[in-house]
Design a protein around this ligand. Structure first.
Ligand SMILES: [Zn+2]
Length: 346
C-alpha cells in the first residue's frame, strides 16, 4: 500500500512538474517548438501571399508575382522539393514599400542614360575630328607640293634674271620669257596663299573640335565619377528585408525583374531559417553582397545548400529537449515511466 502510494505520488509530482515545464517552455521558448519535425520550409512549405505592390515600382503586381515564383524556384530546383507555396490566404506577405531608395535607383538610371548620351556625342565628335584631321593632312600635303614647285620656279626665275642682267639686254624673246616666268610665279604664289589659307582654316576647325572633345570628355568623366561614387559600389542585400518569424518580406528597391528575383530569393533564404550570411563564397545567394551571383541564371551554391541543410537538420538535443520531445511526441498510452525517469536522470 505504501509502495503503491509512493509510486503514484512520484508520478503525480512528475506530471505536475512536467505540465508546468511544458507550459513555461511554451511561453518562454516558443521557438523551441518550431524545431523539427515541424519547421516550416523544412518538412512543410512556407505559405506566402502578395501584399501591396506600389505602382511607382517598375513592375506591376503580376510581373512582381512572377519574379517571386522564379525566386521560389531557385530554392526548389536545388533542393528538389517544395519549400514555398503561393497561398492568397497566408499572412506571410511579400510586399513593397516605396521610399528614397527606389527614388535613388531612378536617379542612378537617369545618370546612366546621361552617360550613354555623352558617350554617343563624344563618339560623333571623335569621328568628325578624325575626318578633319585626314583633310588637314591632305591639304598640308598639297600645300607642301605647291611650295616646292614655287621654290623651284623662283630659283629658275632668279637664274633667268641673273642671265638677263649679265646679257646686253636686247633680246626681245628672252625678255618675253622672263616676263612669262614672272607671271607664272605670281600665279603660283596666289595658289600657295589660297592653299595656306585652306590649311589654316582646317587647322582652326580641328582645334575647335579638339577643345569641344576635351570639354565633353571631362564632362563624361565627371558624370561617371559621380555615378561610381553614388551607385557603383556592390550593394549589401538591403533592397529587401525579412521580418521574422515568418511575418513577411518587404522590398524597397530594384531595377528590373532580374535583381528583384535575386533579392527575393535572398530574403526567402532568411525566411527558411538561414540567419547568418555565408562568408566564404561571394557567389552564394546568402552572401551579404549582391555582386558576384549570376543574376541572369541564379542558382544555389554548395554553401547555400549546406546552410539550408544545417537549419533543417534535427539538432542534437539537450537532456531537457530530449525529455520535452519525448513528452510531446509520445502517445499518452505508450509513455513509459522508466523512460521518463531515465531522461530525468541525465
Ligand atoms: Zn541577408
Amino acid at each position: 500500500m505504501l509502495n503503491f502510494l509512493k509510486k503514484y505520488f512520484f508520478l503525480a509530482i512528475i506530471a505536475i512538474f512536467g505540465a508546468i515545464g511544458i507550459g513555461m517552455a511554451f511561453f518562454v521558448f516558443p521557438n523551441l517548438f518550431n524545431i523539427s519535425p515541424n519547421h516550416p520550409g523544412c518538412d512543410t512549405p512556407i505559405h506566402w501571399s502578395l501584399g501591396k505592390i506600389d505602382s511607382r515600382f517598375p513592375l506591376d503586381t503580376k510581373q512582381f508575382r512572377q519574379a517571386a515564383f522564379e525566386a521560389e524556384k531557385i530554392w526548389e530546383n536545388a533542393l528538389g522539393k517544395d519549400v514555398f507555396v503561393f497561398d492568397p490566404q497566408s499572412s506571410f506577405q511579400i510586399k513593397t514599400e516605396f521610399d528614397q531608395r527606389q527614388q535613388m535607383t531612378y536617379e542612378a538610371q537617369d545618370l546612366e542614360k546621361n552617360i550613354g548620351t555623352y558617350e554617343k556625342e563624344s563618339t560623333l565628335l571623335e569621328n568628325d575630328y578624325q575626318m578633319f584631321k585626314n583633310q588637314y593632312e591632305k591639304e598640308m600635303n598639297q600645300f607642301n607640293l605647291l611650295k616646292k614647285e614655287f621654290n623651284q620656279k623662283l630659283d629658275e626665275y632668279n637664274e633667268a634674271v641673273a642671265d638677263w642682267n649679265s646679257s646686253d639686254r636686247t633680246s626681245t624673246k628672252e625678255y618675253e620669257e622672263l616676263k612669262d616666268k614672272e607671271d607664272a610665279l605670281k600665279k603660283l604664289q596666289k595658289k600657295l596663299q589660297i592653299a595656306s589659307q585652306t590649311v589654316n582654316d582646317t587647322a582652326d576647325k580641328l582645334n575647335n573640335l579638339a577643345q569641344k572633345l576635351n570639354i565633353k570628355t571631362a564632362n563624361v568623366n565627371k558624370v561617371i565619377e559621380t555615378f561610381k561614387e553614388k551607385y557603383g559600389e556592390a550593394k549589401p542585400f538591403v533592397q529587401g528585408l525579412y521580418y521574422p518569424p515568418l511575418q513577411g518580406i518587404t522590398i524597397f528597391e530594384f531595377k528590373e525583374k532580374e535583381d528583384l528575383r535575386l533579392v527575393l530569393a535572398h530574403e526567402m533564404g532568411h525566411a527558411l531559417g538561414i540567419e547568418e550570411h555565408i562568408k566564404d563564397n561571394p557567389a552564394s545567394l546568402m552572401y551579404y553582397l549582391m555582386d558576384q551571383q549570376d543574376i541572369e541564371n541564379p542558382s544555389l551554391t554548395q554553401e547555400d545548400i549546406a546552410a539550408y541543410n544545417s537549419v533543417c537538420q534535427p539538432k542534437t538535443f539537450s537532456p531537457i529537449e530530449k525529455l520535452k520531445n519525448y513528452l510531446i511526441n509520445t502517445q499518452w498510452k505508450e509513455m513509459k515511466l522508466s523512460k521518463i525517469i531515465d531522461l530525468l536522470k541525465n
